[in-house]
Design a protein around this ligand. Structure first.
Ligand SMILES: [Zn+2]
Length: 427
C-alpha cells in the first residue's frame, strides 16, 4: 500500500487516505490527477460511477468515477480503494469528489450507477440535488438471470423482449401499456412478475425507464456500459497482475496519460478542422465551436425533420431535454425561416473545448476568505493554477474537518451486493 502511495504521488497525482482508528493500517485511498480535476470542472454535468467488488488481491473494492467530454470521450475523474464496501466508505470518497469542484454551482446534475445500495445512499447524502440514474443494461442482466431461473427456455426470448419494450417506452402511457401486456403474458409466473415490479419498477422506474429519463439532461449518458472499454483495460491489468495495482501502475498511468492526449487532441481537432461529414451551410455557425459528437446528434434530428415538421407532439423534443440540442421541430422552424443554427441553441456542455481557459470563467477559489493569519497561505494559493488551488483547499478542509469525518455516528445497516444473492437463496 505504501509503495502504491509513492507511485500515486508521482507525476501530478494527488491522493487522500484514511487509517484504521489508532493504527497504521490504511483503510481507504482516494486518488485523482491534476488534469482530471480540470476536466471534472469543465464537464461537471454528468458523472458515471463503477464499482468493482473485490478485484484486488487484498480483496479491496475499487470505485472508479468517470466523466464525459463534449467530444464524447470518457475520462477518469478519480479512483478509490476501500477496506469495505459500506455506505460510510462511499460517503468519504464522494465528499472528496465534492471538494474537487471549484464552486458549489458545479455539483453534478446526474450521476449514473449500477444498483449498489451503499453507493446510492452515499450519493443521496453527499449530492442530494443530483439525479441518480441506474444503468438499464445492468438491470437487464439481473432480470435475465431471474428469467432463466423462473421461465422455460422457449419463452425467455419473448419475455426479455417485453422487458425491453417497457424500459424503452418513451411515454408513461406507452410504459403502462407494455407493462400490462407483460403482466398478461407472464400471468402464470407471478413470482417473476412480482420480482420485476417490486424490485425494479416500483422503486426505480424514474431512474432507468426512458419515459422518465427522457426528462433529464444526461447528454446521452444513461449507462455505465460506455466506460467498459477503458474500465476493462484497468480490470484486465489488475487481473493479469494478480490484482496488484503496484505492478499494474505503469500501465494504468500510461492509460490515463494516453486518455488525456486523445481528449486534448479531440478539442484541438474540433477547433481547427471542419468535419467533412457535416459540411452543410446549415451548420456554418457551429463549425469550430461544437464537437463532431454534437453535430452527429443534430444531424440525426435533421433527418427526422421531413417526417416530424413543426409538430411538437410527433417530435417529442427529447434531444432538447436530454442533450440540450435543437430537436427536429426546432430545426424545421429554423429551415422555414432560412436561419442557420445559432450557436446559442447549443448547450454550453458541447461548447467546452479548451482545458486551459474554460475554468477562468468559473468562480475562483479566491472567493473563499481566510482569516488574516492565513494571508501567507492565500498568497501561496494564488501562485497555483486552478487545479493546485482546488487540491490546496481540499487538503485544508481535510485538516480542519478531520475530526468530524472520523467520528461519524454509527450507520444503519447497509445492504450491499451480496444481499441480493442471499435473497435468491431464500427463494
Ligand atoms: Zn421538438
Amino acid at each position: 500500500m505504501k509503495h502504491l502511495l509513492k507511485l500515486i504521488q508521482s507525476e501530478n497525482y494527488v491522493y487522500w487516505t484514511r487509517r484504521r482508528d489508532g493504527s497504521d493500517v490504511l483503510r481507504d485511498i482516494f486518488w485523482t490527477h491534476h488534469d482530471s480535476i480540470k476536466l471534472l470542472n469543465m464537464f461537471h454535468f454528468v458523472l458515471i460511477c463503477d464499482n468493482t467488488y473485490k478485484t484486488d488481491k487484498y480483496r479491496l473494492p475499487l470505485l472508479e468515477i468517470f466523466g464525459v467530454t463534449s467530444t464524447g470521450l470518457t475520462f477518469s475523474v478519480a479512483f478509490a480503494y476501500f477496506e469495505q464496501e459500506r455506505q460510510e466508505n462511499f460517503i468519504w470518497a464522494f465528499e472528496k469528489v465534492r471538494d474537487l469542484f471549484v464552486s458549489k454551482n458545479l455539483i453534478p446534475k446526474v450521476i449514473v450507477t449500477d444498483r449498489v445500495l451503499a453507493m446510492m445512499n452515499a450519493i443521496h447524502i453527499v449530492f442530494p440535488t443530483s439525479i441518480n440514474l441506474l444503468c438499464p443494461l445492468y438491470i437487464e442482466k439481473k432480470i435475465g438471470t431471474k428469467c432463466k431461473q423462473y421461465i422455460t427456455n422457449d419463452r425467455q426470448y419473448e419475455v426479455m423482449d417485453l422487458w425491453k419494450k417497457i424500459v424503452y417506452s418513451t411515454s408513461v402511457e406507452e410504459f403502462d401499456h407494455h407493462l400490462q401486456h407483460f403482466e398478461l403474458v407472464c400471468a402464470d409466473i407471478i413470482t417473476f412478475v412480482d420480482y420485476v415490479k417490486d424490485s425494479w419498477f416500483k422503486p426505480y422506474k424514474e431512474r432507468f425507464v426512458v419515459a422518465w429519463t427522457n426528462r433529464v439532461m444526461h447528454f446521452g449518458n444513461t449507462t455505465t456500459n460506455r466506460i467498459e472499454s477503458a474500465h476493462w483495460r484497468l480490470k484486465y491489468m489488475l487481473q493479469i497482475n494478480n490484482g496488484d495495482l503496484c505492478k499494474s501502475w505503469d500501465a494504468v498511468n500510461m492509460m490515463l496519460k494516453n486518455q488525456m492526449c486523445i481528449i486534448k487532441s479531440s478539442f484541438q481537432k474540433t477547433i481547427s478542422i471542419v468535419d467533412n461529414v457535416y459540411t452543410s451551410p446549415f451548420y456554418q455557425r457551429l463549425h469550430h465551436f461544437v464537437s463532431r459528437t454534437c453535430l452527429k446528434n443534430i444531424d440525426e434530428q435533421l433527418k427526422r425533420v421531413k417526417m416530424v415538421g413543426i409538430d411538437k407532439i410527433k417530435c417529442g423534443c427529447s434531444i432538447r431535454t436530454t442533450h440540450g440540442l435543437p430537436c427536429a421541430c426546432e430545426l424545421a422552424y429554423l429551415q422555414i425561416s432560412a436561419t442557420l443554427i445559432p450557436l446559442d441553441t447549443i448547450h454550453i456542455f458541447w461548447r467546452k473545448l479548451n482545458m486551459e481557459h474554460e475554468l477562468e470563467h468559473e468562480e475562483s477559489l479566491s472567493q473563499y476568505d481566510f482569516l488574516e493569519e492565513l494571508e501567507a497561505m492565500k498568497a501561496y494559493m494564488k501562485t497555483q493554477d486552478i487545479a493546485g488551488q482546488i487540491i490546496f483547499k481540499a487538503k485544508v478542509r481535510e485538516l480542519v474537518f478531520s475530526h468530524t469525518t472520523l467520528k461519524r455516528p454509527p450507520h444503519d445497516k447497509v445492504k450491499i451486493n451480496g444481499a441480493i444473492k442471499n435473497n435468491k437463496k431464500r427463494k
